[in-house]
Design a protein around this ligand. Structure first.
Ligand code: IFM
Length: 432
C-alpha cells in the first residue's frame, strides 16, 4: 500500500487552498449505512408531506414541486456515481482551476463489521488520493460526515460506550492506508448532528433516529471531543506533518429583538455548540474549519429550541432555492469571531442551492470578497472550499436542491460545468 511521504509537508504555506467539498453519502452512490437504511423507509412520507412543508418556505416551489413530491427524490441510490467517476470529476476540478478537494471516506464501507476492515475499500480511497495528487490537487479528507455503519447504530449510536475508541481505530486504518494526506477533518458539523439527531425530535426536518434527548446529546458531545482527540493522536503517530481540524457549521446569530432574554439566548446560541466545542478542542486542532451558510435572528421564546432562532426572511432579500437568505457579511463576522483562537481558518463549506445558476456567481463573488476582507482584518484564512463540487443528495430534502459547481444529470450522470464555476475560476486567478 502507498505510505505517507514527507513531501506533502513541503507544500508552501503561502498556497491558498481553493477547493470544493463533497461527502461520501451525498455523491458516491450505492451506500449501505444507517442513512440508506432510513431513507428507504421514509421516502414516501417525505414526498407526500413535501408540499405542506415547503410550499410557503421556498421562493421557487413550483420549479421544484415535481421532484420534491416524487419518493425517488429521497433515495440516495446511485447519487452522482462519484465512487466510479471520480477521475472524470477530478479532471473537471482542474478545468475549473481549483487546487484542493475536500471529500469524506465512508466508515460503513471501510469497516462493514466491527473491527473488520475491507482492504478493497481502503485501496479505493488510496487510489482517490493518488489521482488527486497526480493532478496537483490537495486532498482534505473528512473521516465522519453524518453517516454511520449500521452496526454502530445497533450498538446505540454515537453517544454509546467506547465509540471514541472505535472511531480512533477506524481512523488509524484510514490514515495508515491512505498515503500522502496532509489535511484531515475528523468530524463534520457535530453541532448540526446534535441538533438534528438529539434535539430535533418534533420540529426539525427528518433525520435517522431523531429524538429530543438532551442527556444523550450531551454524551454525544463528550464522545465527539474524545473521539477527535484519540483519532488525532492516531493520525499523528502515522503522519507527523498532518494538519487536523474539525468542520463546524457556524451560523451568524444576531439579536432579533432588543430585550434582555433575547440577548441571553443569542449569546447561548453563539456558544452552543460551536464555541463549547472549540474551547475544548484547543491544543488538539491545527486549523478551524468553518462551514458558513446563513445568519439567524434570535427572538426569545420558551417553545421548542427549533423556534429560538429564525432565518431572516424579508421578502426583498435574495434567497436560495431552499429559502435561505443570502448574507455574505456573515462570513466576515463568523471568521472574525473564531480568530481569537489564533489558528489558521479554512472555509470548509460555503455554497448555495440554485438550480438555474442565476445567483451563484454573485454569491461566490460576495462571499469571497467578505472572506478576503476578514483576512485583511487579521483572520488567518488559508482556504475556501465551495459546497458542493457536484449536485448532491441533500439529506432529507433529497436531490431537488442543486448546490453543484457542476450540474449532474440524474438520468445520464452527465456532468456540465456551470457558468458560476467559471466565475470561481476567474476569482482564483485574480487572487493568485
Ligand atoms: O449538504 C450539507 C452538508 O452535508 C453539510 N453542510 C451543509 C450542506 C448544505 O446543507
Amino acid at each position: 500500500m502507498p505510505q505517507p511521504k514527507p513531501d506533502a509537508a513541503n507544500q508552501s504555506p503561502e498556497t491558498f487552498l481553493w477547493g470544493a467539498s463533497t461527502a461520501a453519502h451525498q455523491v458516491e452512490g450505492n451506500q449501505n449505512n444507517d442513512w440508506s437504511n432510513w431513507e428507504s423507509r421514509v421516502a414516501a412520507k417525505l414526498a407526500s408531506n413535501a408540499e405542506a412543508r415547503l410550499k410557503n418556505e421556498l421562493p421557487n416551489w413550483q420549479e421544484v414541486e415535481e421532484e420534491a413530491a416524487n419518493p425517488k427524490n429521497y433515495i440516495s441510490g446511485t447519487a452522482a456515481d462519484h465512487y466510479n467517476r471520480y477521475k472524470e470529476d477530478f479532471d473537471l476540478i482542474k478545468k475549473i482551476g481549483l487546487n484542493a478537494y475536500r471529500f469524506s471516506v465512508e466508515w460503513a464501507r471501510i469497516e462493514p463489521e466491527p473491527g473488520k476492515y475491507n482492504q478493497d475499500e481502503l485501496d479505493h480511497y488510496a487510489k482517490v488520493v493518488i489521482e488527486l495528487r497526480t493532478r496537483g490537487i490537495e486532498p482534505l479528507v473528512t473521516l465522519h460526515h453524518f453517516t454511520n455503519p449500521r452496526w454502530l447504530e445497533d450498538h446505540g449510536g454515537w453517544h454509546g460506550k467506547n465509540v471514541p475508541e472505535m472511531f480512533a481505530n477506524y481512523t488509524e486504518a484510514v490514515a495508515s492506508n491512505l498515503g500522502n494526506v496532509k489535511y484531515y477533518c475528523t468530524i463534520n458539523e457535530p453541532g448540526s448532528y446534535l441538533l438534528m439527531r438529539y434535539l430535533g425530535g418534533g420540529a426539525w426536518p427528518e433525520w435517522p433516529n431523531m429524538s429530543f434527548d438532551p442527556i444523550n446529546g450531551y454524551k454525544y458531545l463528550k464522545n465527539v471531543i474524545k473521539a477527535h482527540k484519540l483519532a488525532t493522536s492516531k493520525i499523528r503517530n502515522i503522519n507527523t506533518y498532518a494538519q487536523i481540524g474539525m468542520a463546524n457549521s457556524i451560523i451568524d446569530f444576531q439579536l432579533g429583538r432588543k430585550d434582555p432574554i433575547s440577548w441571553l439566548f443569542t449569546k447561548q446560541l453563539r456558544y452552543i455548540p460551536d464555541f463549547y466545542l472549540l474551547n475544548r478542542l484547543e491544543g488538539s486542532i491545527d486549523y478551524i474549519g468553518v462551514n458558513y451558510y446563513m445568519r439567524m435572528l434570535v427572538k426569545a421564546n420558551f417553545s421548542h429550541p427549533a423556534n429560538w432562532a429564525k432565518r431572516w426572511e424579508t421578502k426583498n432579500s435574495p434567497r436560495s432555492d431552499m429559502g435561505w437568505e443570502l448574507y455574505p457579511r456573515g462570513i466576515y463576522s463568523v471568521t472574525q469571531k473564531v480568530k481569537k483562537y489564533g489558528l489558521p481558518i479554512l472555509i470548509t463549506e460555503n455554497g448555495i442551492a440554485d438550480a438555474k445558476d442565476k445567483l451563484r456567481s454573485k454569491y461566490i463573488e460576495e462571499h469571497v470578497a467578505e472572506m478576503m476582507h476578514s483576512k485583511e482584518d487579521g483572520a488567518d484564512i488559508q482556504g475556501y472550499f465551495y459546497w458542493s463540487l457536484l449536485d448532491n443528495y441533500e439529506w432529507s430534502e433529497g436531490f431537488w436542491p442543486k448546490f453543484g459547481l457542476i450540474e449532474v444529470d440524474r438520468k445520464t450522470q452527465q456532468r456540465s460545468i456551470r457558468e458560476s464555476a467559471q466565475t470561481l475560476g476567474r476569482i482564483i486567478k485574480k487572487y493568485s
